[in-house]
Structure formats: C-alpha cells, structure tokens
Design a protein around this ligand. Sequence first.
Ligand code: IMO
Ligand code: MG
Length: 430
Amino acid sequence: MANTVVVGAMWGDESKGKLIDFLAHDKDVVVRWGGGSNAGHTVVVPNAEGGEDEYKLHLVPSGILHPNTLCVVADGVVLDPASFVGELTALKARGVTCENLKVSGNVHIVLPYHVLLDELEEKRKGKRALGTTGRGIGPAYQDKAARVGIRMREFVDPTLFAERLAEVLEFKNELLTKIYGVQPLSAEKILAELLPHAEALRPYVDDTALRVAYAARSGKKVLFEGAQATLLDIDLGTYPYVTSSHPSAGGACIGTGLGPTQIDQIIAVTKSYTTRVGAGAFPTEQNNALGDLIRERGAEYGTTTGRPRRCGWLDGVALRYSALVNGLTDLYLGHLDVLTGFEEVKMAVAYRLNGEEIVDFPSDQGRLCRCEPIYKTFAGWPEDVSEIREYAKLPENAQKYVEAVEEYVGVPITTLSVGRRRDQTIFREG
Ligand code: IMO
Ligand code: MG
C-alpha cells in the first residue's frame, strides 16, 4: 500500500506509536496531521546491547527513529515550542538524527496564554470540566478558528513575532484580568523565553504541503500518523468531551498536501478492551475491581499527564461506529496479552437506550450517557500470549474473541499486538 492513514479507533492511547514506528520502515514520509502535545506516543525499540529503548513522543512524529524517513509536522498541528524543542534536544542527546524533520510554516504556535486559559476555562466549567491535558490545545485552536493565531512563519521572524504578540496579548490580558481576575502576562517575558526556541526551530520550517504533494507524485509512500482518536474528533466524537481538532481519518488530508483520492489504506488501532482519560460518557466502563485489574495489567496511566485511565470492556458499538465513519480498511487489535487470565471476556454488541435496543452509536453526550451496554460474553484464556508470533498458535478462545470482534465490526483485523516491543506483533496476512 502506498499511502496509509493510522487513526485511533476510540478515545486515544491505543498505542498508535508502536504501529507507526513499525509501518515507518516501509514508508518514505511520515506526517503528523493534528493535535499537539496532548498526544503521548510511546515507542519501544531494541538497542545494540540487546535491551530495549523507550521513547515518549508528543509532537515529533514517531517515524523519527527511522533515519531515512522524512518526518513532517503538518499544518493542522498546534505546536508548543518549548515542548517541541525539549523533545528534539532529548532525541539528539540519545543519538537520534532529526535532520529529516520538517515543520509546516502554517502550524499554529501554542503560547503561554493558551496554557493558562486552558486551566482557567476548565476551572470555570467546574463540574462540567472536560479533564483536558492542560496543554493549551483548546485555546490554541480557538485562536486559529478566530483567525488571530500566530503561525510558525511569524514566530520564527523576531520582528513579526513581537508585533503579533503585542497585538494579541492586549486582548488576552483584558480577558485574563477582567474576566478571570488573574495577573496579566508580560510580552517581554514571553519573548525572552521563546526567542531562543524560535531560533532553534527556524531551520525546520518548510512548505510541507508542497513537499508532501511532490513526494507522493514522484511515487514516495506516505504514512499519516494520527494523534488522539476518532471519538475525540470535534465533529464525529463525543462532543463536548472531545479535543479541538480532527483526529478521524478525514482529518489526515487537511493541510498535508494529499487529497482523499490519494489514500490507499486506513488502519484504526484499538485495544482489546477500552480506555478513556478525562470526562465524558463511557458505557462499558468498569469503575470497580475489574477495571482496576485491567489498569494494573495494562499499565493504563497517561503518557502525557500520568493520570490513571478509566478502563472497561471493549465497546463493539463504538468500534463499529469508528469503522463506519473512518472508512476503515484494516483494524489493529492491540494489548491482547492484557486479557490473559480473565475467566471471561466481554464485548458490548448493543446498547439499551430508553428501553430500546440500539446498535448505532449515539455520539452525543446527552444520549450516550444514558446508554446501558448489552454484552456478548466469551470464555477467557489462561495462557500467556506475549511470546506468540503466529496467529494460529494463539489459544483457541483468544482466536474466537478476535474473530468475533472482526465479524461484529465488519473490518479485517490484519495485525495484533501482544506486548509493547516491536517484535511482539502478529501479522495475519503476508
Ligand atoms: P493520544 O495521541 C487520550 C483527551 C483529554 C480530554 C480531551 C480534551 O495519546 O492518543 P485536550 O487537552 O485535547 O483539550 O483534552 O481529550 N485527550 C486524549 N486522551 N489520548 C490522547 O492522545 C488525548 N488527547 C486528548 O484527556 O478528555
Ligand atoms: Mg495519550
């Protein structure tokens, strides 16, 4: 397949980083298309000493560990300069070359007032707070849509940046002091803090949309790295408990330089169970000892915020919705090893809403929070599966579960993951 999109199937944290890293060795270009440092992608790779190295990435595409792959941060991303430069510095210190990295001049910069406003808006919402990652994502996208955002090309021009900052900060400070009653921010301080980062970022700035379009036209293969996930999409997700961008497959084309006709494959990554961080309805949540057990076995704590993730059974209804709205060609079922040892394993196959049984996912919070899952129950398997590499060698009950998910969702599960490392992967085809 030439051009492949990888999306999160559910509410994020599906271990997309592992698949991206895996697919990247066969691709020429890896493009991150949206979100910001709210994402946390962990990649575990074997090292020269026979051990393993773990990389936690937030903004830098997970393809960065492949030195010959062009890594692109495309227009749809909102970029926190300190966070990005910090990641680059840490990668370089570990010997990773970042020479093949390009950042679109059109990405919007996350500034200190975005981070502050994220916190203040959450506080103001009180009980209705979203549980954001606190990285300034919502406020940065608000400014983008309001057409007052500061983009990378302005940011790396010291004169222009100072001008734009003064203009925007005047209004932000009115908001901070008069509405939120907090201290205003100082433009001088922001400039002093950020100008060194602008300096460090300047060499990476590029017209990435054109670069990607020309690369694809000359036969290069492009991999689109999704951050967040389908149910966090601002339109298709569980609004208002969503992020402010378009993490579903359609978002991949926006600002990257390729049109929908150039996408050949769309893979969604899901776990063998479901997790969610932050607030919002989660019908299959197990807010009990079972959920705690899944959390401990699956190490379900946020890469970005360290928050314990809410855990529950696989929500087939949500997954089927995700398959439909993303136009999936493939499903990647991860964390199968975590389900070892459960006497029985469940998947929601319908919801009960107002006394009626439904199979179509209601993506709005109003209806979703009243849905009761109806489960199909499967016999569990006691065998450790983490060293299995062939599908046929999986315990029979595990195979039955996998095939039931596949049949219910209507999309082939072409890859499975049985552990964090690159090699702990099972391919069902080829
Ligand atoms: P990756 O790429 C899981 C969630 C937050 C919150 C909501 C809004 O690691 O899968 P935001 O800070 O974006 O305004 O928060 O979205 N959220 C994620 N949850 N994984 C992520 O990214 C997420 N990015 C945002 O927890 O509920
Ligand atoms: Mg995450």
